[in-house]
Design a protein. Structure first.
Length: 126
């Protein structure tokens, strides 16, 4: 009886396909994100700057896809005419996430009001 192992090309190819082609399952994270309306996120990570690493700001969760979440600024920056919309890879979510702003959060009312008022909060005549 021989205990010699043989090289199998099919095993190597299937292992490569499994490890590198198959996408990670983010379904649980997506469900969590979709169950919330607003979040405090680290804006310096979203905008790819090193500025204000401890600064978070309000974002509205718009929707998720299989591999990313799309968020929108709650607050319009002075001088801007549009709210920023950003794509965050779900694989990077832990680096960006600060905290949820749910109805029991002490700033929820402010965040929700700002989002609903939109450009009106800057006195826009729309």
């Amino acid at each position: 009886m021989s205990t010699k192992q043989e090289f199998c090309v099919n095993t190597v190819v299937s292992k490569l396909l499994t490890d590198f082609v198959q996408q990670r399952d983010f379904s649980e994270l997506r469900e969590t994100i979709e169950s919330h309306k607003y979040a405090n996120l680290k804006c310096h990570v979203i905008m790819n700057t090193g500025i204000c690493p401890n600064f978070t700001t309000w974002y509205k969760i718009l929707f998720t896809t299989t591999d990313c979440v799309i968020v929108q600024d709650v607050l319009l920056n002075c001088g801007d005419t549009r709210f920023g919309v950003y794509k965050i890879q779900l694989s990077e979510w832990e680096n960006v996430f600060g905290e949820w702003i749910d109805e029991n959060h002490d700033r929820y009312q402010d965040c929700d009001e700002e989002f609903r008022n939109g450009m009106l909060s800057w006195g826009a005549n729309i």
